[in-house]
Design a binder for this molecule. Structure first.
Ligand code: AOF
Ligand code: ZN
Length: 372
């Protein structure tokens, strides 16, 4: 049944609220998706909820509990959910059962759940129970809540976001290699926020040896820490590397079979993962597949021109986050990405810019590759 424009506008209105609620779990739901739910009767909200953390209530159950808390009843109500309600038993029981049991009359869904255990079965189960189901309401924004989760479910690889910092003339380091600091404090804090929302932060051998980075979130308050992934084909990292001494997991991907060095690094707390070689370096697709198998939804790449360029060349970048500092370093400074196969303007990689925003004294551009 096609719905009137007024009905669709009402649906969109409550879905926007559900999206806002989903955002409360922005940093905490991984490996689960971010989901929000609003229960509505007679165009009045009677309960709200969101998914906070894997193993805890899904958004629908949190919203139903909120109805109870407010002394209400969900019978005959409409549930607005940003993601198709689950139909399987995972860490928790199926949300479709909870909704059916509560007697809701209608479920309005933003995006379909690409988890192969759900993927349309949630919708089918609700319809079989006689519930009116409306789909694709504000679908693009609901999808965008979970770029990482969706990609891992559909392609068994995480969403790859490459963070780069450059001067206004596109340089990342002076001719002598010095690069600290190109951007100011605002941009650096923003990167910490990106780390907090990523399941893993990735660096290559170059950045590791030159910067000895920590890759942890250093913001006031409690923040989830990402896993650290180091790509080091020859195993040049030493057990003294700063990130090995920090709490949390470090994975070192390598093609080296140097048993003594592997034992030293494992002694220092890292997990060494053997990976094959593809062309000039590690098989990047295999690294990403391994991270997806570890339930990593989002990877933040904080690499130099070599690894960032290799990922870009392999078509493995989903999003660029580029900070631009109001400085000039001249044409002897180092560039942002190594893309040696580009000779002609016709070979240029085409991007779409999603946003340009001020970030302290710097600017932040987010862009995505054009699908080709
Ligand atoms: C929903 N509402 O709020 C979320 C859903 O292990 P579990 O039981 O937590 O199930 C995780 C799966 O459930 C996850 O992979 C995704 O398919 C779905 N997440 N579903 O109905 C929610 N977070
Ligand atoms: Zn569920």
């Amino acid at each position: 049944m096609s719905e009137s424009p007024v009905r669709r506008a009402v649906h969109a209105y409550f879905m926007q609220r559900a999206i806002e609620l989903a955002g409360n779990g922005w940093y905490t739901t991984r490996p689960n998706p971010r989901v929000g739910c609003v229960l509505v009767r007679d165009e009045t909200v009677i309960g709200e909820g969101w998914h906070e953390k894997a193993g805890e209530d899904h958004a629908e159950k949190a919203a139903l509990a909120d109805v109870d808390r407010r002394g209400g009843n969900a019978r005959g109500a409409t549930a607005y959910v940003t993601l198709e309600p689950c139909s399987h038993t995972g860490r928790t029981a199926p949300c479709v059962d909870a909704l059916i049991q509560a007697g809701v009359a209608r479920v309005v869904i933003g995006a379909r759940d690409p988890n192969p255990l759900v993927d349309g079965r949630g919708i089918a189960r609700l319809e079989e129970a006689g519930i009116d189901v409306v789909t694709d309401v504000v679908a693009d924004r609901c999808e965008a809540l979970n770029n990482g989760f969706n990609q891992r479910m559909r392609q068994q690889r995480p969403w790859v976001r490459v963070k780069l910092a450059m001067t206004l003339d596109g340089r990342t380091a002076a001719p002598d290699g010095s690069s600290q600091w190109i951007t100011g404090e605002g941009a650096r804090n923003d990167v910490h926020r990106l780390r907090a929302e990523s399941g893993a932060v990735m660096v290559g051998r170059g950045t590791l040896l030159s910067d000895d980075p920590s890759l942890n979130v250093r913001l006031p308050g409690e923040w989830p820490q990402p896993l650290r992934a180091v790509l080091d084909s020859q195993l040049e990292i030493t057990p003294q590397a700063r990130l090995l001494a920090l709490p949390g997991e470090t994975l070192i991907y390598t093609a080296s079979g140097d048993k003594a060095r592997i034992a030293q690094l494992e002694q220092a707390g890292a997990q060494v993962v053997p990976i094959g070689v593809n062309g000039a370096g590690l098989d990047l697709s295999a690294v990403l597949a391994d991270l997806a198998a570890r339930e990593i939804n989002d990877v933040l790449v904080e690499a130099g021109a070599t690894l960032a360029g290799a990922l870009a060349s392999a078509g493995l970048v989903d999003e660029y986050v580029v900070y631009i500092a109001p400085k000039l370093l001249g044409d002897r400074g180092r560039g942002l990405l190594q893309l040696p196969h580009i000779q002609n303007i016709a070979d240029a990689k085409a991007l779409v810019i999603d946003s340009i925003e001020p970030c302290g004294q710097d600017w932040r551009i987010t862009a995505r590759p054009v699908a080709n």
